[in-house]
Write a protein that binds this ligand. Structure first.
Ligand SMILES: [Zn+2]
Ligand SMILES: [Zn+2]
Ligand SMILES: [Zn+2]
Length: 136
């Protein structure tokens, strides 16, 4: 049975790699449906969760509480800048955040502290497009 699902997970992994930024399971499923792969939404959810658990994909929650996934080019700990309009994603290091998080945890007696910091906003192109629209 495990064998049978391998191609589906591979296909989900490929679709994720083709996506320009973070995508939801629903939008990835829509892409796969357009390609007539016959992969169901539940399978997409499972595949994405599996890829995230194995560190092959990054996962995060959008401000709306939706789970989003991305095949990241960086495997180590890192942060993201995400455009909430077009989904463009930039991988960033945040040295200040690392120091602040460690110091804050230590000050409160915490060990093995982890953190998730992602910045949602409008990218330069979307900001320009938005200000053009406002000018009309
Ligand atoms: Zn990433
Ligand atoms: Zn954008
Ligand atoms: Zn960090």
């Amino acid at each position: 049975m495990a064998q049978r699902n391998t191609w589906q997970r591979d296909r989900v992994r490929e679709a994720l790699a083709d996506a320009p930024g973070f995508v939801s399971a629903q939008s990835l499923h829509a892409t796969l449906r357009d390609e007539n792969t016959g992969i169901g939404l539940a399978t997409v959810y499972r595949a994405l969760a599996g890829l995230a658990a194995q560190g092959e994909a990054d996962s995060l929650q959008s401000p709306e509480g939706e789970a989003l996934y991305r095949a990241c080019s960086t495997s180590g700990h890192h942060h993201h800048l995400i455009c909430r309009s077009c989904g463009l994603t930039v991988e960033i290091e945040a040295t200040d955040v690392e120091q602040w998080a460690r110091a804050t945890a230590e000050r409160n007696g915490f060990t093995q502290a982890e953190h998730i910091v992602d910045i949602f906003g409008l990218c330069a192109a979307c900001t320009a497009a938005a200000s053009e629209r406002d000018a009309d």
